[in-house]
Every structure is written in structure tokens, then in C-alpha cells.
Design a binder for this molecule. Structure first.
Ligand SMILES: [Fe+2]
Length: 269
């Protein structure tokens, strides 16, 4: 597994002087009153997910400078933990494959975050105006780790939800395991009624450290996540990125279809 150079050999002051990652422009610039910089310290060529420039531009929201530093150190500590796990794993399992190591990491997601002392405090999405069109889908997305892992690619992302923020209705071309690390998130499940519309079937409430797997990609996995609380919420997502040619973790975005008498199962966990 290649270790991204940017997270091993660089420090925040070097990153501030590297204008490369500042050249990305947000398609819909966010209204942030304080000076901000782009939230990705990785350089483009060393992150598998960022091979597609268009996807990269639509990827993350900005952080202010001090938050950016905390974000950077989160990335460094997570990388250090993963590298440590890698050494130990292949010492104990000398014939294991990169895919086996990825599965081990996925199963160890809680441990990775705990040992890395993951600090979710810098990720406070600053979009506060619900009348802003970007608000609904304006949750924060931050890359924590990405690697092609010798043919078994994966990445870790943190999603931050300010009160009221939610994802669109979507499904995935890749498997994902997610873990709530702050607050509470409501997950709504949907059934497709056409190629573009889906109907709500079930609601679950996910609390701190609740884990959810989307590993059966043969079945529809349409869902949305929302923070209905008045406090902030966040979750870490471990995406398997096999066979994906678009560098996107979302396959289809659906519109909400009318319920038409369909009952919704609540609080089924
Ligand atoms: Fe999802």
C-alpha cells in the first residue's frame, strides 16, 4: 500500500505555501465570512479518489485555517494508525491479500478512529441559512484517508451535518460502512418507483457509534441521512472503491416520490 507522501512528509506550514490545492474552485462558492482554505491537504496525484478532477471539485467544503490544521493532523494520525495496523497485520498473516487487509481495516473502523484520537471538532459546516439553495445538500464532506491499496482501493470520509442538513436520496455503486461519531442521524430508506423517483419505506435513528453496513450491492440501497437535532452531527464512512470509474461514492440521486398510502416503518434498527 502506497503511503501518500503528503501525509508523511509535509506539515501545515508547507501546505499553506503550496498553492496547488488552493486552485480548486467550488462550483457553488459557500458564503463564509472568515478567510478559508480548501480542506484537502492531499496532493492530487496521491489520492486515488481524486483522479477525476470534476469529482474532486465537488468533493469537500472549506475549513478555516485553524480547523484545517486539526483536519490535517487527523489525517496524519489516521494514516499512522493504518500503517501500524498494516505492519502488524501482514506480520501475523503473511499470505494475506490487500483485499484481506482492507476487510480487516473496515472491521476495525472504530479502533482506527479511537487510536487516532479522531477529533471531529473542526468540522462545523458554516452554512446556516436554510433559504440558501445549497443548504439542503450543504453538509460537509472531508477526506480523511484514501489509498488504492494495490487493487483493493478504499477511502475514509467524514460527513458533517449542521442542524437540519441532509444528503440527497441516493444509492451507491460501492460498498460502505459508516459510523456515527457525533450526535444523532436519522436514516431514511427508500424503494425505487422509477429510474428517478423513490418512495420512503423505513426510518431508523442512529446514535453515537452506531455502525451501518451497505455491503449487499445486489439489492437497492437507496437512503438519505439527516440531522434533525439542534446540535451538530457527523459520521465517518469507509468506502470500498472497487470497479468505480467515476471516482464517486454515489451512483444515482433520486427525487422523492409521493407516499400514496405507503406506510413507513419507524425506529426499526
Ligand atoms: Fe449513502
Amino acid at each position: 500500500m502506497a503511503i501518500p507522501q503528503s501525509i508523511t512528509n509535509r506539515n501545515p506550514s508547507q501546505l499553506y505555501s503550496d498553492q496547488g490545492f488552493l486552485n480548486h474552485s467550488e462550483p457553488n462558492p459557500l458564503e463564509i465570512s472568515i478567510p478559508h482554505i480548501y480542506s484537502r491537504p492531499f496532493i492530487q496525484h496521491d489520492v486515488w479518489q481524486l483522479k477525476n478532477n470534476a469529482a474532486a471539485r465537488n468533493y469537500e467544503v472549506a475549513l478555516d485555517r485553524s480547523s484545517y490544521e486539526t483536519h490535517f493532523y487527523n489525517q496524519q494520525r489516521i494514516a499512522a494508525v493504518i500503517i501500524g495496523f498494516q505492519e502488524k497485520f501482514f506480520m501475523e498473516h503473511p499470505v494475506a491479500t490487500p483485499a484481506g487487509f482492507r476487510k480487516f481495516l473496515e472491521a476495525s473502523l472504530e479502533k482506527i478512529l479511537t487510536e487516532a484520537e479522531f477529533d471531529a471538532s473542526p468540522y462545523v459546516c458554516k452554512i446556516t441559512d436554510p433559504s440558501d439553495d445549497s443548504f439542503i445538500h450543504g453538509y460537509g464532506k472531508y477526506l480523511l484517508y484514501g489509498d488504492d491499496n494495490e487493487g483493493a482501493p478504499f477511502c475514509l470520509q467524514y460527513f458533517h451535518f449542521a442542524p437540519g442538513q441532509k444528503t440527497p436520496l441516493h444509492d451507491h455503486p460501492v460498498a460502505c460502512v459508516s459510523l456515527v461519531v457525533k450526535g444523532q442521524i436519522v436514516e431514511r430508506h427508500y424503494q425505487a418507483v422509477s429510474a428517478t423517483e423513490a418512495r420512503k419505506t423505513q426510518i431508523t435513528h442512529r446514535d453515537y457509534f452506531d455502525r451501518k453496513s451497505i455491503l449487499d450491492l445486489s439489492a437497492p440501497n437507496i437512503h438519505s441521512l439527516k440531522n434533525k437535532q439542534t446540535s451538530h452531527a457527523g459520521s465517518v464512512h469507509f468506502y470500498y472503491m472497487d470497479g468505480d470509474v467515476t471516482s464517486r461514492a454515489v451512483k444515482t440521486i433520486y427525487q422523492k416520490a409521493p407516499q400514496n398510502g405507503f406506510s413507513v416503518i419507524r425506529n426499526l434498527q
